[in-house]
Design a protein around this ligand. Structure first.
Ligand code: PMP
Ligand code: GLN
Length: 407
């Protein structure tokens, strides 16, 4: 194994996919919906495929089908209240995953420091290391005392600690709002501090906003690219897979100012060349006005969140209430005496042993959240498990029944 790939052999997704395959739990682990994407989304693909258009089956424009990048440019021009150029400021990618790859590879050089806020989507660290960069961590911490239900909004970083992490070697900070796995939606004052520090230290912001259309009222999603002086120094990543409940389609995008996007377009051009033409064409539709679907999606998701929050709290598995996205983490420590953690050995962190035990003994799949923290800070979430709640109501009810049976 090359030195820069060492330590990356284990992936939480692979480990838990193997367990899920073997024990077939009711799976609230990996983040994807267990229901069909909306009909208008599927119909649009069927319609595209029904055309006798030979070009539909051939390479697309490398940086994205012209119609798709125009639709995205028009959407974000409205949302950001600025003119986004479809050809120089938008890149269509194979899922947000490739968007992240292009952003990190295109903007981070060997020896550059990149600040990551924990908990973080685990792929950021391997991507940075593959580019030769050095990740620097700052953890969102829970409030000292919480009576009643805690909110993801209460998990925040220490402002001085963040200020002290920035220095002349800092090339970028990676932001993820709404956050996976906590569901935290960063507020204006947090984003303003990040923006001010980026400007002070001439650093970039790579903003992963794949859950941007899944924010629960009264919370509002704020795009860091819309803050003063940030368009020039940020690239923002989105995902049609998340937005349209079709994670397997792997369509995503990045937008940002042309001077930054040029680097990402080069990485994309020489790695994948172009995206999937029929899927890009399908996504040219239904984007013009962020009206009904964009309004109903978070409302439907909020009902699912409220259901799982209520059930988990009834069972003394204390959830941290998310303001966005489709995950939450919940503290199971009050039930520790009813879990045989030793049956899972002693090597893994407690939450990993808990999640394995839960799959095997309760038949319920979750993900251990230490996977989203660096070694020094894993203890913050050792008593938690992550659940994905973008699932059919009947499956959320089945999950509650499994917990009830156990408890
Ligand atoms: N960023 C975050 C925060 C995610 O949670 C995910 C998927 N779980 C991705 C990026 C990747 O998105 P995609 O499926 O579009 O590649
Ligand atoms: N993003 C998915 C999750 O958080 C995992 C799959 C992946 O993209 N690595 O569940």
């Amino acid at each position: 194994l090359l030195p820069r790939l060492q330590g990356m052999e284990k992936s939480i997704w692979q480990d838990f996919a193997i367990l899920a395959e073997k024990y077939k739990p009711l799976n609230l682990g990996l983040g994807f919906p267990d229901f069909l994407p909306p009909k208008f989304v599927r119909d649009a693909l069927t319609e595209v495929l029904s055309k006798d258009d030979p070009f539909l089956h051939q390479y697309s424009r490398p940086a994205g089908h012209p119609r798709l990048v125009k639709v995205l440019a028009s959407l974000y021009s409205k949302l950001l209240n600025r003119d986004v150029n479809a050809y120089t400021e938008v890149l269509s990618t194979l899922g947000a995953s490739e968007g992240l790859l292009c952003a990190v590879t295109g903007l981070i050089d060997a020896g550059d420091e990149v600040i990551i806020i924990e908990p973080y989507f685990d792929v950021y660290v391997p991507l940075i290391k593959m580019a030769g960069g050095i990740p620097k961590f700052i953890a969102l911490k829970p409030p000292e005392n919480t009576d009643g239900l805690a909110s993801s909004a209460d998990w925040t970083f220490d402002r001085n600690e963040l200020e002290n992490l920035f220095n002349s070697k800092t090339k970028a900070i990676i932001l993820n709002t709404p956050n996976n796995p906590l569901g935290k939606v960063f507020d204006l004052s947090e984003l303003t501090l990040i923006a001010d520090l980026c400007k002070k230290w001439n650093a970039l912001c790579i903003s992963d906003e794949v859950y941007e259309f899944m924010v629960f009222k009264p919370k509002e999603h704020i795009r860091i690219a819309s803050l003063p002086g940030m368009w020039e120094r940020s690239v923002t990543i989105g995902s049609a897979g998340k937005t349209f409940c079709a994670t397997g389609w792997k369509v995503g995008w990045v937008y940002g100012s042309a001077n930054l996007m040029k680097s990402l377009q080069i990485v994309h051009l020489y790695s994948v060349y172009s995206g999937s033409t029929p899927l890009e064409k399908r996504n040219c539709r239904d984007w013009g006005e962020p009206d009904s679907y964009f309004a109903t999606l978070p409302v439907e998701l909020k009902a699912k969140r409220d259901y799982i929050v209520k059930k988990l709290s009834d069972f003394n598995i204390k959830p941290i209430i998310p303001d966005g996205g489709f995950f939450l983490i919940a503290d199971w420590s009050q039930l520790e005496s009813r879990v045989d953690l030793n049956s899972e050995g002693v090597d893994d962190h407690k939450d990993v042993r808990f999640s394995k035990w839960l799959i095997k003994n309760v038949g319920l799949g979750g993900i251990p959240p230490t996977a989203f923290y660096n070694d020094e800070n894993k203890e913050v979430v050792e008593n938690y498990v992550r659940f994905c709640f973008i699932k059919k109501q009947e499956n959320l009810e089945k999950a509650a029944q499994l917990l009830e049976k156990w408890i």
